[in-house]
Write a protein that binds this ligand. Structure first.
Ligand SMILES: Nc1ncnc2c1ncn2[C@@H]1O[C@H](COP(=O)(O)OP(=O)(O)OP(=O)(O)O)[C@@H](O)[C@H]1O
Ligand SMILES: [Mg+2]
Length: 339
């Protein structure tokens, strides 16, 4: 194989990549800012994220993914192309890419995703289901007839799967993630505190206060927003209890989705999962007490793996190194001629 190999996790909030031979994971927010007048890229990644909602007259700040899916292909391609060029420096050969796809996407959507990577500068692309990549990254032993449930919860999507013998036996992707929790917090504060806040503030309050279970001590935070009555800036105080209430329904929906996957899991695999527990990955799985809530709902012990945010990209890197495994499981690298 000529050229560099890159494992790419194009997430709703973060782009993560593992370049073969590199020590560090490259990660940048999946955000791009475009100068309105000239239409040129002003910044990309963290620099663009810092500008989010700050200069709406001058820049269009675009997040090309929503709910785990690409909603703006042109911008996503531009962003990927910039990241690929940065990673590959001035290498002549195009990189070989392993990337992930949500469970249950249609053949048409899969083709569109392949095309996106190829148009962005990849030479060959192999797509793996997101939770399978997370399982590989989490170190799940895949060549045994043993069932493991992996739930990857990110900003826009929760990918739930039971993996065994190197592939997924049952899987489901739901449009639930940290972004929806942020939205619930925005709605709650508008209704109950008559205050308007932005997504960034909502996320900060979530990281500071939110929990899926009650904390031993009540905590609170003071933040700033805009009054719904006169539009003037206001300070407000909100407690963890209130934030938990705001996100309760969302958290229950993920628990119900996990239950629905367990219900369709063959009994032999279910027995393995009951013995070994449910593995949680993705950054949103770090929400305080979420693993306890999932345990309570399913009666199966749930554990957040170490370094949950990088499980998928680590899995993709491992998969890239094991082309024999990919071949055996029917995952192949596609070029522009193949699609
Ligand atoms: N400690 C934490 N507690 C709760 N939520 C967190 C924590 N740390 C990060 N998050 C949330 O995790 C989400 C980002 O997760 P992640 O980086 O795995 O998403 P992604 O891979 O970009 O998205 P997706 O896989 O859904 O397309 C954000 O909503 C962020 O607010
Ligand atoms: Mg993700």
């Amino acid at each position: 194989m000529v050229g560099l190999k890159i494992g790419v996790d194009l997430g709703t909030s973060m782009f993560r990549a593992y370049l073969e031979g590199a020590r560090e994971i490259f990660s940048e927010p999946s955000v791009i800012s475009i100068e309105k007048e000239s239409g040129t890229i002003a910044s990309i990644g963290s620099e663009a994220y810092d500008m989010l909602y700050k200069s709406p007259d001058v820049y269009n700040i675009v997040k090309p993914l929503k709910g785990g899916s690409v909603i703006n292909y042109d911008i996503a391609q531009l962003m990927l192309n910039t990241f690929f060029e940065h990673l590959c420096k001035n290498k002549v050969f195009k990189p070989t890419v392993a990337a992930c796809m949500p469970a249950g996407i249609t053949a048409l959507e899969e083709r569109a995703l392949l095309k996106l990577y190829l148009n962005a500068g990849a030479g060959r692309v192999c797509l793996l289901p997101q939770s399978l990549a997370a399982a590989i990254g989490a170190g799940v032993i895949l060549d045994k007839p043993f069932g493991t449930m992996v739930v990857d919860i990110g900003a826009g999507t929760a990918d739930i799967a039971v993996v065994t013998m190197g592939s997924t036996a049952v899987s489901r992707s739901v449009k639930f993630g940290g972004d929806l929790l942020d939205k619930s917090i925005i709605d709650y504060l508008r209704i109950n505190h008559s205050v308007i806040i932005g997504e960034k503030t909502a996320e900060q309050l979530k990281l500071q206060l939110a929990g899926a279970v009650k904390r031993n001590e009540e905590i609170a935070a003071v933040s700033k927003g805009k009054s719904t009555e006169d539009g003037m800036p206001v300070y407000f105080e909100v407690t963890a209890g209130e934030i938990n209430l705001a996100i309760k329904e969302g958290l229950e929906s993920i628990c119900k989705a996990i239950l629905s996957v367990l219900e369709t899991t063959p009994p032999e695999l279910l027995k393995d999962i009951a013995e070994n527990g449910i593995i949680l990955s993705g950054n949103a799985s770090r929400l305080f007490g979420l693993h306890l809530l999932i345990t309570e709902y399913t009666s199966i012990k749930s554990i957040v793996i170490e370094d949950p945010s990088n499980a998928v990209v680590k899995g993709l890197r491992k998969a890239l190194r094991n082309t024999k495994y990919l071949k055996e499981q029917g995952y192949s690298f596609k070029t522009m001629e193949d699609i």
